[in-house]
Design a protein around this ligand. Sequence first.
Ligand code: AMP
Length: 214
Amino acid sequence: MRIVLLGAPGAGKGTQAALISERYNIPHISTGDILREAVKQETELGLKAESYMSKGELVPDEVVIGLAADRLKQPDCGKGFLLDGFPRTVAQAEALDKVLQNMGIKLDAVLSLDVDETEVVRRLSSRRVCEDCAAIHTSAVSEDDIAKACDLCGGRLVVRADDQPEAIRRRLQVYKEQTEPLIQYYSGSGILKRVPASGTVEEVFGRVADVLKS
Ligand code: AMP
């Protein structure tokens, strides 16, 4: 199964992607995770990406397209893949089409997780991420909870730089301007599936699994 997952920041892409990847036994490719790891390791890519990411801006297309294309050529993608956070612009979607065409393969589904803006802002402002294992903690938390540890690995829970209020506003604006047009881009393809993403993680995953069955 070859899947693209679309959705506004805070729509629950990362959480659903982990579940889909496990259920269908396909690698979860998150360009955001790859970029965050590069920032942490202070690689050349990380140094280039950091200033865009912390402001809530998109990393330039040519950087991200190369990174995604390289990842898709890894042998584990032979059994399928789930792209989370890529493509994010029409130029990236066109580049993805070309890469897949050259590989002689096609997407099976483009899932769009649809959620309203108030809900997205609430989710992002209360989100904490483990500094060590990158697990996302989404339950509403207070400032004090930053001191609490990750219940999976004991790592420190922190607010992502791009979950600060100013960056959240910018990311939502960037999503509307640059990523939402992808709904239109894929709408004629017959593989676009829109999934309401409000409710519990299990409820949303139930809808995702139903849509992927059909
Ligand atoms: P995410 O974890 O998917 O929300 O991504 C976090 C940040 O990484 C984004 O706000 C962008 O700065 C950057 N990023 C991730 N994926 C892409 C992409 N496909 N194109 C451009 N920038 C990206």
